[in-house]
Design a protein around this ligand. Structure first.
Ligand code: SF4
Length: 305
């Protein structure tokens, strides 16, 4: 049965005690409350997990690994339970396209039932059906939908119709809270106002900008587009939608609100790839294979980076 009650999960660190409610996404940090060191979290605050490298789309700027790989539901569940006990507050499933994993809904349900972590996933949206929406409702707390441009720009980037995306977003809005992810490229940088308008119209909570990273054959976001994105960030109209930007971006010269400026990288986030390797993020090649314990792999990764 999907959960009904709302409860707070706490995470104690050297910086205070962080309370988090996964149903609403509310965060509360009590910096003046310092608990003994033996209570401090050993897991990162947030973990992303690439369930599969598979994806049926061919976005030109895709950075996902192309070698076929997928995680098993049982090993994923064991790692997530260990991370939950270690103080992790949320997991974000991705890929590739996570909904292509044959046990996707089971993995989301098991994680929501067996842990206190928030369950989220990032998707292109085109595989969300009424049936999948029913399986996920009550077991997923936030969905990030990739919307790289409006209308023709979107269709050129994603090879799917914008009309179909709108139908899928209606289904997604009926599952849980959701946000819009935008890969900011030399094309999409000039459509951020329209994307903010669409995010509002659809009822999204967040607009997350992901400046395009360089991959083999692509150099990433160009200087002009980057400058336009920074200009827009500094001057966009007021909105109830939370506007965020990936930590991968170089934000020198931009004022942003960061609730955890003192947190080191691996305390904030770690990434599990579809081959069962632990990394600091999806773009970094350095990886530690997870054997029995993901916390043990985290210790090894800390020493290696
Ligand atoms: S939808 Fe995502 S994973 Fe699939 S090709 Fe596009 S960027 Fe890559």
């Amino acid at each position: 049965m999907p959960e009904q009650r709302r409860h707070w999960k706490s995470r104690s660190t050297e910086h205070g005690v962080h309370f988090f409610q996964r149903q609403t996404g509310i965060n509360l940090l009590l910096e003046e409350l310092k608990l003994p060191e033996q209570t401090w979290a050993v897991a990162p605050r947030y973990v992303s997990v690439a369930l599969t490298n598979a994806c049926e789309l061919k976005c030109p700027y895709c950075y996902a690994a192309k070698r076929p790989a997928r995680l098993g539901a049982r090993e994923t569940s064991a790692w997530l339970k260990e991370l939950d006990r270690g103080g992790c507050l949320g997991v974000g499933f991705g890929g590739g396209e996570p909904t292509l994993h044959s046990e996707f809904s089971t993995i989301c349900q098991t994680t929501a039932i067996e842990t206190d972590m928030a369950v989220s996933f990032t998707t292109h949206g085109h595989r969300i059906t009424e049936e999948l929406a029913t399986q996920l409702r009550g077991y997923v707390h936030f969905i990030r939908v990739s919307v790289d441009g409006i209308g023709a720009t979107y269709e050129k980037n994603r090879g799917r119709t914008f009309d179909d995306l709108q139908r899928r977003i209606d289904l997604i809005a009926g599952i849980c809270r959701f946000g819009i992810n935008v890969v900011v490229t030399d094309q999409t940088a000039w459509e951020l106002n329209s994307l903010l308008d669409y995010a509002e119209r659809w009822g999204a909570e967040e607009l997350l900008l992901l400046p395009e990273q360089g991959t083999a054959g692509r150099s990433g976001i160009g200087e002009l587009a980057y400058a336009e994105m920074i200009r827009w960030l500094a001057s966009h109209r007021r909105s109830n939608i939370r506007v965020g930007i990936s930590r991968m971006a170089d934000l020198s010269g931009v004022s942003i609100a960061d609730a955890f400026p003192m947190e080191d990288r691996l305390s904030a986030h770690a990434h599990i790839d579809a081959n069962g390797g632990l990394r600091t993020d999806a773009f970094t090649q350095k990886r530690i294979p997870i054997r029995e314990s993901v916390i043990e792999a985290l210790r090894e990764l800390r020493e290696a980076v």
